[in-house]
Ligand binder design. Sequence first.
Ligand code: SAM
Length: 336
Amino acid sequence: MELANMISVPMSLNAIVRLNVPDAIWEGGSNTPLSAAQIVARVQPSGDPENLQRILRMLTSYGVFQEHLTHSERKYSLTEIGKTLVTDADGLSYGPYVLQHHQDALMGAWPLVHEAVVDPTCEPFVKANGEPAYGYYGKRPEMNGLMQKAMSGVSVPFVTALLDGYDGFGGVQRLVDVGGSAGDCLRMILRKHPHVREGINFDLPEVVAKAPQIPRVTHVGGNMFESIPAADAIFMKWILTTWTDDEVKLIMENCYKALPVGGKMIVCEPVLPEKTDESHRTRALLEGDIFVMTIYRAKGKHRTEEEYRQLGHSAGFPHIQAFYIDYVFTILEFRK
Ligand SMILES: C[S@@+](CC[C@H](N)C(=O)[O-])C[C@H]1O[C@@H](n2cnc3c(N)ncnc32)[C@H](O)[C@@H]1O
């Protein structure tokens, strides 16, 4: 029954982000437990407190809120998971990622997951919407904007962990971020490493057209399947997952051509464990794998370290080293 009713979980999470509930409870850091009536008064004064409480209770059972039960009144504060949905000083959080995943166009693909088995040549998203996801976002500025905000909201905490736990940028003067979206990763890497003189944020032309100006960063529009700007090192986060093995090989070959001998391709991707288990981490990675299959590429996938090693070898990279410094993303350093 838990599995059969599971859709209530992501849709309720989407609802509380839409209603700005996390920001209302957080209120500048107070995180004071509030009743549903108090939250409704802050976010939607004409709203229904009882229905909000039903959502808060259910999400409490998934660790998003903590329930404080006093004299038969229920109050809710944010857990560490709930806090990831609070908007920070730069306007970022995991909230836009939740909203991005539950837009109508993406939701329309989910009843068609079985089609990825029946016909793996065409993504469920394409069956539902008539064209691939990135092209679809590109024609719709509001979707493109939400996608960029979603990527920034998830990337910033990860890059903070990366800059603390990985020091692979020594000696790099020119760094390209392939598929860098709004350029947040480069902004943070360049701020920490002043010796990197130039960052190239390389993404689709319609994406870089909306990217903000960042000191020492040049935005370059293009197609990674054709060519990638030359650099001492290449950074690539959350790119390879959404493509097939043949496409990944092509992207890696273009990276290889863009690098000098000894140059690094620094890849950050969700990397699957060899053995399946029931941990939250493994579940999150396997659920993301089905998301990729449904929305982006029926044969795009989350891969194991060994699968990445094989793909790197096939593109010409003789060396690969893995750094497990984050819960979701693994750093895979390929050296030419
Ligand atoms: C999942 S997002 C990752 C964004 C960013 N690296 C991050 O982690 O926040 C994938 C990115 O790849 C870009 N992309 C898709 N196809 C591309 C192509 N053919 N050439 C260059 N970039 C592309 C998308 O526009 C998007 O910004």
